[in-house]
Design a protein around this ligand. Sequence first.
Ligand SMILES: Cc1cc2nc3c(=O)[nH]c(=O)nc-3n(C[C@H](O)[C@H](O)[C@H](O)COP(=O)(O)OP(=O)(O)OC[C@H]3O[C@@H](n4cnc5c(N)ncnc54)[C@H](O)[C@@H]3O)c2cc1C
Length: 322
Amino acid sequence: MNQEFPKTYALRHIDESVRIASQSGGAFTAISDWILDSSGIIYGCALNERFLAIHKKAADRDSRDSMRGSKYIQSTLNDTFKSVKLDLLSGKQVLFTGTSCQVAGLKKYLGEEYKKLLCVDIVCHGVPSPAVWKKYLDWQCAKNSAELTRVNFRNKSDFGWHSHYETLYFNNGRATSSKIFSTIFYNHAALRPCCYECPFKSTMHSGDITIADYWGIEKTEPELDDNKGVSLVLINSEKGIKAFEQIKGRVDWKKTKLEDSMQSPLVGPFPKPAHRDQFWMDFENKSFDYIAQKYGRDKLKSRIKIRLILLKNRITKLFSAR
Ligand SMILES: Cc1cc2nc3c(=O)[nH]c(=O)nc-3n(C[C@H](O)[C@H](O)[C@H](O)COP(=O)(O)OP(=O)(O)OC[C@H]3O[C@@H](n4cnc5c(N)ncnc54)[C@H](O)[C@@H]3O)c2cc1C
């Protein structure tokens, strides 16, 4: 990398339904559609049948779509690196997406440059332990006397892109939204120990392209912000430039300034919080009711606020349907 990089862009997929289905502005879909159109293979993070994050391979749009949306927990790679190498050796075009440390790990595993490999990393706040997510899901299932059918780590359609509420959907037709897991996430105590020393919490990244939420876009380019999601795109290599040229027809984009696009994970790692040991002691020894109240701020006030937002949405939909 040199002083030329990163090149900074704001991006929104031209298809609004893609943006709604994506976490930010749909950069991942634009890039992966281009790779799929060239008969390439996509590697990315999806949820398994237990709603845990895993990396998988996709060769078509349906399978790729399961990778959309951020899963705010550490994903399991299994034999992904081996599979990427086999695809590259057989001459296929490959897109690998993941956290910056996963991209760096893949590059180290491969040990050499492959012309047909494009790597896209996400700006990453840090990854919570899946154990916390799992206990949270078990707790919610028990509370709702039901099984899960779907989860949304950050429900943009009901709460808007600027908010962070998770929604869980159950087989009894009910759904529950809260900020319990997201509050635990932003408290940082549940993050993996290596996240506190992450070398990628900077503007230098391991991917050819880095994608993120374009936080602060409402200040510098307010006309782009409709609360449905804008992607921040950092181009880090010549390969990234070429790929970006290929997707320009699928997106609205604008060149922006790196200094207007800064957010904490582009500056440095979050320090290990003073309460981390206490959190894990409580997690091991107390009920999740206790964890939700103490670390997830599961309070009546926040439950009422969520009900009011959902009620307001319902009323707005009712009137706009008339
Ligand atoms: C744990 C985590 C922390 C994040 N922290 C920040 C942050 O602090 N600031 C910020 O601006 N953006 C952050 N993001 C990135 C952001 O939420 C969006 O994922 C990103 O902007 C892509 O949005 P999109 O609309 O292009 O893609 P979407 O279509 O939503 O695609 C999601 C992409 O993320 C990948 N992905 C999803 N979950 C994981 C996971 N657990 N591990 C590895 N890869 C995953 C998928 O493979 C896919 O490439 C984070 C994402 C994750 C998963």
